[in-house]
Design a protein around this ligand. Structure first.
Ligand code: IMP
Length: 426
């Protein structure tokens, strides 16, 4: 009877898919709790590389049931494409293995169009969204006008409501943003076909999770994005529109805190961010470029180059506080090999005042005033990709991990030293 929650502790792209993949062996149900196809992770199956945005990567573990939970927003076109790609590789994506919560909300093409139009209209203050319609669909959800996956159970009525919603969005697109409208009839016909295809996968997600927990099974809750993109606790307004923190697993899947046995925070051994917004430890020099190239820091969803910077322990401490982390999984430590000196932010400073707390609630203007206070450590030259225990790491790499544990106050229970499944210290 336990739920394990896996969350990102930075600005997303921490390598959560990899950690979920490792923990999936202990689980019976893997459930995604927030976000939509703005997220993405790469999986390798049957020698082919697939980019999954919606289907939990647990689908590659035979026998596991995967749930797309109520807190997720679903682009049905994307979901059907992923199902087809997986089926072509012989992966079972039938209704008994892949479940879609009836309470998840549905992204329309007009949500995507509005997302792009709104971000352009922000001008200099653009967010740099993934343009997957995430902000507009969560806005419609909060305004109680959105369509839910459960509406797909009656495809014809669903199609009628799709047409009405497209009509309403067209009004905004044309009047407000001078953008092209979309054909309500065409979108409705397309969505009617998706509804027929996806209806057999509809499930009562909260009941599924509840039954699993009560019968003693392990539910692995997979978060998308990371703490600083959280709608409430991130660097607002440069955030996504969902709850990316551990609490989001409870609301996004519909179960209570008593069942949580473990909260795992995933952190990259350095920091990256895509899109606009403050980033205290950003490196705008050749060290940042080197990290980007060695770490292949380009977005899975949009291909955009990621901004790179030093590890920020102020952020990781904030992640422990907001998520109640039990442990950290540290990914991509190998990317730092070969750097002569490493810096790690341990506090922030402003006008002689020093703080160890991340000032998220006071807004981005306040955050921009704080400068990181660094500790410097020697780097290591050695290739660490063959290390399978901490003893195999060079002393400088061990010291780097020890410094993180000391400042953050939770143990590092996983260290990624290369992209392959077995390239890890667990
Ligand atoms: P949205 O989620 O598409 O609305 O984008 C809002 C912000 O979150 C932008 O800065 C995106 O780059 C960022 N973002 C959204 N999803 C991800 C992700 O999976 N990884 C990293 N950044 C993301």
């Amino acid at each position: 009877m336990s739920a394990i929650i896996v969350v990102g502790t930075q600005w997303g792209d921490e390598g959560k898919g990899r950690v979920v993949d490792g923990l999936a062996r202990q689980a019976h149900l893997v459930a995604r709790f927030n976000g939509g196809d703005n997220a993405g992770h790469t999986v390798v199956a049957e020698g082919r590389t697939l980019k999954l945005h919606l289907v939990p990567s647990g689908i590659l573990h035979p026998g596991l049931v995967c749930l797309i939970g109520a807190g997720v927003v679903v682009n049905p076109q994307r979901l059907v494409t992923e199902m087809d790609e997986l089926a072509a590789l012989g992966v079972d994506v039938g209704p008994s293995r892949l479940k879609l919560s009836a309470a998840a909300h549905v992204i329309l093409p007009t949500h995507r169009a509005l997302d792009g139009a709104r971000d352009v209209a922000r001008g200099e203050a653009f967010i740099g969204t993934t343009r997957r319609g995430i902000g507009p669909v969560y806005a419609d959800k909060a305004a109680r006008v959105s369509l839910r996956a459960g509406d797909m159970a009656r495809p014809e009525q669903f199609a009628e409501r799709v047409a009405e919603n497209v009509q309403a969005h067209n009004h905004s697109l044309q009047e407000r943003y001078g953008a092209e409208p979309l054909s309500p009839e065409q979108v409705a016909a397309e969505y009617c076909a998706y509804a027929r295809r996806l209806a057999p996968h509809l499930a009562d997600g909260s009941a599924l999770v509840g039954e699993a927990l009560i019968s003693g099974e392990t539910v692995l809750c997979e978060g998308a994005q990371g703490l600083l993109l959280d709608l409430d606790h991130g660097t607002y307004p440069y955030v996504t529109s969902s709850s990316t923190v551990a609490g989001g697993a409870l609301t996004g899947l519909g179960f209570g805190p008593r069942h949580v046995s473990r909260v795992v925070g995933v952190a990259k051994a350095y920091t990256t961010r895509v899109g606009a917004g403050p980033f205290p430890t950003e490196l705008l020099d050749e060290v940042g470029d080197r990290i980007r190239e060695v770490g292949d820091e380009y977005g899975t969803t949009t291909g955009r180059p990621r901004r790179c910077g030093w590890l920020d322990l102020v952020i990781l401490r904030y992640a422990v506080q907001v998520n109640g982390l039990d442990e950290l999984a540290l990914t991509k430590l190998d990317v730092l090999s070969g750097l002569e000196r490493l810096k790690v932010a341990v506090a922030y400073e402003r006008d002689g005042e020093r703080t160890g707390a991340f000032p998220a609630e006071f807004g981005v203007e306040s955050l921009a005033q704080w400068k990181p206070v660094y500790e410097e450590l020697p780097g290591w030259e050695e290739d660490i990709s063959e290390a399978r225990s901490r003893r195999d790491l060079p002393p400088a790499a061990r010291a780097y991990v020890a410094l993180i544990e000391e400042w953050v106050g939770v143990p590092v229970t996983f260290i990624g030293v290369g992209p392959e499944r077995e390239q890890a210290i667990v």
